[in-house]
Design a protein around this ligand. Structure first.
Ligand SMILES: Cc1ncc(COP(=O)(O)O)c(C=O)c1O
Length: 425
């Protein structure tokens, strides 16, 4: 691109940022290194400015000052209180969402609970775009169901789009559970939750959704979709911090019908009864197991507050404009250099990240990070995942990231890198 054209296209991106009132939310995050283009909010969200002071107060005033009295001054209720706020981002009622454990643990609890609620059925249906750990968990829950249960993994035809029709065909009167990632981690394909849930229900099965790549990124309407169960993490688009506690959703009419297989004292009707027999708490609290991690929970709330303030519908609209813009830039500037679009073209079926494939993807990703101050992540075999967090990523950043990606390949900077030996990509 000639100098004048380059300056013009950059100015266009800057003008789009200036015209969008949501751009102002970027200032609500800690961004010390303004040269770094962070495109990994789909892995670990940025730190909201409000979080550190809130956490410092929780440590000094609540833990330091109030000591054990803190349990009766807000800690005990924090999982369902913050879950209630999060419900507002998920199309759920406030008493249907609670924060607890890790996504994997919640998935295990709800999968086994669902299997026990559908006795006489012997399959779980899922797809091969699901997060691999979810498959491990589905299988481990299946092994504990007390009867043979098979996890049927339906393949995607192209590794990008979810096999919706094949999933429909795979479900029958022997299916206990359909479990899918709503937005899949590699391509960003996003299922029609209502349609797939209806198909599961038609087969008499329950539907359990992993919302890790959807919460805070796309409009989720659990109630509208009649979803039975959901889990997800809070450290991606919800900006809750590394290892932040996960969430789970159980539709209200199922609360009494499902049993938490990790029946610890915090899920008991009155934990401080210290009775020798377990009796589940009423409502969503029965899905708790052990003591909630109060400091980590405290760090989750400011991120959720920011998303509620911005409004999920407006954020989704911005996310689509950003990803459409990125794809248009890919087509003009990167496709000629051998980059492939490994995400759905249709924005209605795409979450908030865009995966670009390249034969040299891993090395290009390394060069981007170490030489070009762009921080995406990489998912094998060839995906450079560009996460777009609509609260803080900008058109200008996407413009610059594409130009830096181009420069890496044109200048051959990636050839300096060896793809072997990285633990976390
Ligand atoms: C889609 C999906 N499901 C589950 C997990 C695992 O979550 P956790 O480590 O909280 O168990 C992840 C982690 O990134 C994920 O992306």
């Amino acid at each position: 691109m000639k100098g004048r054209d380059a300056a013009l296209s950059l100015r266009r991106a800057q003008a789009m940022d200036a015209a969008d009132p949501l751009t102002a939310f970027r200032d609500r995050f800690v961004i010390d290194d303004t040269e770094l283009i962070y495109l990994d909010g789909n892995s670990l969200g940025r730190l909201p400015r409000a979080t550190a002071p809130r956490l410092a107060a929780a440590v000094a005033d609540e833990w330091g000052g109030r000591l054990v009295r803190g349990w009766n001054e807000g800690w005990f209720d924090a999982p369902d209180r913050i879950g209630g706020k999060l419900a507002g981002l998920l199309g759920a009622a406030a008493d249907e969402v609670i924060l607890a454990d890790a996504t994997s643990v919640n998935l295990f609890k709800l999968t086994l609970a669902a299997l026990l609620a559908r006795p006489g059925r012997h399959t779980i249906v899922t797809d091969d775009l699901n997060f691999p750990s979810d498959l491990y968990i589905l299988r481990s829950a299946a092994a504990l169901a007390g009867r043979p249960v098979v996890v049927r993994v339906v393949p995607s035809a192209d590794g990008i789009h979810g096999p919706a029709e094949a999933l429909a065909a795979a479900m029958d009167e022997d299916t206990a559970l359909l479990s899918l990632s709503h937005t899949v981690f590699k391509s960003g394909y996003t299922y029609d939750m209502a349609a797939l849930t209806a198909l599961a229900h038609r087969a008499g099965a329950l539907a359990l959704w992993d919302l890790s790549h959807s919460a805070g990124a796309v409009v989720v309407d659990l109630r509208g979709a009649d979803a039975d169960l959901a889990v997800g993490c809070t450290y991606k688009y919800l900006n809750g911090g590394p290892g932040a506690p996960a969430f789970l959703y159980v539709r209200r009419d199922l609360h009494d019908a499902l049993a938490n297989p990790i029946s610890g004292w915090l899920g008991r009707a009155d934990p401080f009864d210290f009775a020798l027999d377990y009796a589940p708490a009423a409502g969503i609290r029965r899905f708790l197991s052990g003591t909630p991690p109060i400091l980590s929970l405290t760090a989750v709330e400011p991120g959720i507050d920011l998303l509620l303030e911005a409004g999920m519908a407006r954020l989704r609209e911005r996310s689509v404009r950003l990803s459409e813009y990125l794809i248009a830039r890919w087509e003009e500037r990167l496709e000629p250099l051998g980059f492939r679009l490994n995400s759905p073209r249709d924005p209605a079926r795409r979450g908030s990240h865009v995966s670009l494939g390249h034969d040299d993807g891993l090395r290009i990703n390394l060069a981007l990070i170490h030489e070009a101050r762009v921080l995406p992540d990489f998912r094998r075999p060839d995906n450079i995942r560009l996460g777009i967090a609509p609260l803080y990523n900008t058109f200008t950043e996407l413009h610059t990231a594409v130009e830096r990606l181009r420069a890496v390949v044109v200048e051959g900077l990636h050839r300096r890198y060896d793809a072997a030996g990285l633990a976390v990509t």
